[in-house]
Ligand binder design. Structure first.
Ligand SMILES: Cc1cc2nc3c(=O)[nH]c(=O)nc-3n(C[C@H](O)[C@H](O)[C@H](O)COP(=O)(O)O)c2cc1C
Length: 360
């Protein structure tokens, strides 16, 4: 069943055996030093039947961490940990891209386990609360507005992170521009009230994302860099109104980043289709972007197959379905029933509700 999901596809330089992608999911299982653990190796190995795994959001620097036990990619120990993950996924025939996630102002300091700054485009606190180490939501502090020096420093942290991911054997990186984290904070006028070249109209609010994508493309190749967006997402204090001008500008800039460098675009655009407005998000992306599209959000095998058949997307990502179904592609193939996630153990830190879901 759903044969179209089981056809190969190329996302930039990355060749996928099928079009079923595991969406990035934070699971709070990193060890001391924010190093990937053996448990994480096992978790990702179990899910390597996906055409592509996109890792949980991974911080490029200490400042990029806001949640509890999220992994990093800026120390040698972290690189070595991710190398074990990549090796395990590749040994099973899978592919793996790392999501680079900098939280910006969305920080609970006690989640970090060390002192580091809280930075954002403007000194405006996130109105949403964030879970602390015990899971209880905490109000966010007011961030420090980034100077232009900060912008270039953070850009170089992303470049180093992308190089580190490749050094670990990871196939590429995805820039997290969604869900109200740092890059999204630059994109959105509710969090970006800068008066310089990185603020103002949509064409300038996309400048930080464009800079990051361009510098990472220079470092590891445009065809190994993807971008994730969630137009119209109100999460973490984003103003969801009128996403079209902003995301058209972002996608055109992102398209240009790859094509101008190599004649070949970035690897993919990964689109969380919030479906909260009248905007046909996937059509908007298609008309502003020449590369492959991964569609996400609330999709089922049927609706995902339909998007592929209609050529509205080139691959489909599933988040929650991969939590409880490590062998999701095999289950979709055989139309087996899907297990339900154990939501109480999403972030609890051990194997329960993480690596203990059986295969068929
Ligand atoms: C436990 C959990 C953690 C998540 N963490 C991330 C993350 O680190 N980065 C990200 O871009 N999205 C994250 N998401 C969003 C998912 O990637 C996906 O967009 C969302 O679950 C909707 O897809 P689904 O309907 O197939 O689950 C997370 C979702 C869940 C359920």
């Amino acid at each position: 069943m759903h044969d179209i999901l089981f056809t190969p596809v190329k996302l930039g330089a990355i060749e996928l055996a099928n079009r079923i992608i595991m969406a990035p999911m934070t699971r709070d299982r990193a060890g001391p030093g924010d190093v990937p653990t053996d448990l994480m190796v096992e978790y990702y190995r179990q899910r390597a039947g996906a055409g592509l795994i996109i890792t949980e959001g991974t911080q490029p620097s200490p400042e990029g961490k806001g949640y509890w036990r999220t992994p990093g990619i800026y120390t040698q120990e972290q690189i070595d940990g991710w190398a074990r993950v990549a090796e395990a996924v590749h040994a099973e025939g899978g592919k793996i891209v790392m999501q680079l996630m900098h939280v910006g102002r969305v920080v609970v300091p006690s989640n970090r386990g060390y002192e580091a700054g809280i930075i954002a485009p403007s000194a405006i606190a996130c109105a949403d609360e964030v879970p602390g180490p015990d899971g209880v939501p905490v109000a966010c502090d007011t961030p420090r507005a980034m100077t232009q020096e900060d912008i270039f420093r953070v850009t170089e942290e992303f470049v180093a992170a992308a190089r580190n991911a490749r050094a670990a054997g990871i196939d590429g990186v995805e820039l997290h521009c969604a869900s109200g984290y740092l890059v999204n904070q630059f994109l959105n006028s509710a969090s970006n009230q800068r008066n310089d070249a990185f603020g103002g109209p949509p064409e300038q609010r996309v400048a930080f994302a464009e800079l990051l994508l361009g510098r990472m493309a220079d470092a590891i190749g445009a065809n190994r860099v993807g971008v994730r967006i969630s137009p119209g997402n109100p999460y973490n204090g984003m103003d969801p109104a009128d996403p079209e001008p902003l995301f058209s500008a972002l996608l055109q800039a992102a398209d240009n980043v790859g094509n101008a460098r190599t004649g070949e675009g970035l690897a993919y655009a990964h689109v969380i289709d919030m479906a909260l407005t009248d905007l046909d998000t996937l059509a908007m992306v298609r008309s502003n972007w020449s590369g492959p599209i991964i569609a996400n959000n609330n999709l089922k095998p049927e609706s995902g197959s339909a998007l592929l058949a209609e050529k509205r997307a080139d691959a489909i990502s599933f988040g929650r379905a991969f939590i409880a179904n490590p062998d999701l592609p095999a289950r979709i193939r055989s139309e087996a029933p899907l297990a339900k996630p154990d939501y109480a153990h999403l972030y609890t830190g051990d194997d329960k509700g993480y690596t203990d879901y059986p295969t068929l």
